[in-house]
Design a binder for this molecule. Sequence first.
Ligand SMILES: Cc1cc2nc3c(=O)[nH]c(=O)nc-3n(C[C@H](O)[C@H](O)[C@H](O)COP(=O)(O)OP(=O)(O)OC[C@H]3O[C@@H](n4cnc5c(N)ncnc54)[C@H](O)[C@@H]3O)c2cc1C
Length: 448
Amino acid sequence: MDNIYYEGLTGEIITPCNEQYEEARQVWNRSIQKFPNIIVYCSNKSDVVNAISWAQEKCMQIRIRTGGHNYEGYSVGNKVIVIDISRMNKLKLDKKRNVLKIEGGVVNSQIYELLGNEGYPFPSGTCPTVGAAGLTLGGGWGLSCRYFGLTCDSLLSLEIIDYTGNIIIANENNNSDLFWACRGAGGGNFGVVVSMTFRLPSKVAKVSLIEFYCLNATQEMMNEFMDIWQNWLIDLDERITLVSRLHNTEEEGKEIYGRGIFYGLPEEANEILKPFRYIEGMKIYIEYLTFTQAIEDIEGSYPDFEKFKSTGRFVYRNYNSDEINNITDIVQSRPEGSIISGLSLYALGGKVKDVNKDETAFYYRNAKYIMLIQSVWEDSRYAKDNINWVKHNFKYIKSVTKGSYVNFPYSDLKCYDNEYYGKNVCRLKEINEKYDPYNVFKFPQSIN
Ligand SMILES: Cc1cc2nc3c(=O)[nH]c(=O)nc-3n(C[C@H](O)[C@H](O)[C@H](O)COP(=O)(O)OP(=O)(O)OC[C@H]3O[C@@H](n4cnc5c(N)ncnc54)[C@H](O)[C@@H]3O)c2cc1C
């Protein structure tokens, strides 16, 4: 390694000359293959400051990476320096104040493990390896969001290192504009978030973990499900949050599947879920577990990585029967080589919509749910078929939805900033101009 060239960089430096490079350049979506010049694993704030300064000296583009779960791989790139903060992963629980402080590199499972042992729930996503900062910066949907809000709604304060190497504290009282922006539009845009502090919900003894499925589902059954789902969400008890999937899998064929958490007793959950029982063959299972047990159960269902194309849009209204049929039509076929293709519906409402759409950068507060389209494959020869399947069907989904969820991004979006941030986009551009005037933190869909 040419030591003079790398002078000023600290932390563990991985370049294409290192044998760890092949593994180090990978992200969760293995269909994304990028070749950075350098990956620097930072262990502390000075390593981050040095990397930001070094990159500017060398005119090298920066990517910030924590858990590496961005759908489009925006935390890596060709010929860039990846500032990887996954080793900055300490957590501190203040039980007196009911506050949790995490370093920027902490992943979901670490939070759940620490808090679960103390009896606290937490409103984050359930994929164990997703970076908590990455998720929160985009808003953060989780199976507790209708009850506790998005993950960013629990954020009290954050520390972010800007392009000059300054450590900025952002909260309601200091740099409140940046704090506003980092609750829905912060991922990779304004600097490197090195810590976050969250308010914790009250402790809970047990929750009801819900799982339901309907195997060999016909299109009629899917239509019926969609109709029940969209009406069910109106005036729904905010203690329940579900994700439902209409899937077509290589192994099982077409199915309806769902899971969720209810902050209450199984009998009540059973009553709330009653409308779905009218679907022939629908099986609903409810277990009364500690929050940790429920989360661990869900966490176990995620693979270590996948090859996929996926993106999510916000649904604001009920669909008529023709529209429902057009939507479920998508699931009736799979592209060649796909192991699973379909739609997922992420319930919103409840506490998510109690926050105004201009109170944080997360604009789509009044949506009923997020509709995600996805195709997963294993053999790279079929990548194009799967990507084209998503691309083709996305056209219809886009025509009946409003805006895209930045945590479920899509590289093909035109006017992506309007799609992700709605009418909050002008304010975000001003904030970006203030905190990152030279666009040092830039990626294919960054705020410019
Ligand atoms: C399997 C899977 C499950 C998911 N489940 C959910 C879910 O339930 N709910 C949900 O809302 N989302 C979910 N997501 C989306 C996920 O929240 C986003 O992709 C999130 O941005 C990932 O963060 P990361 O650190 O893991 O990814 P990375 O790829 O490392 O980062 C994602 C983006 O955030 C930026 N970023 C990361 N860390 C920092 C930081 N410390 N400072 C500044 N910028 C940073 C990166 O530059 C990049 O633009 C899921 C994604 C996958 C692949």
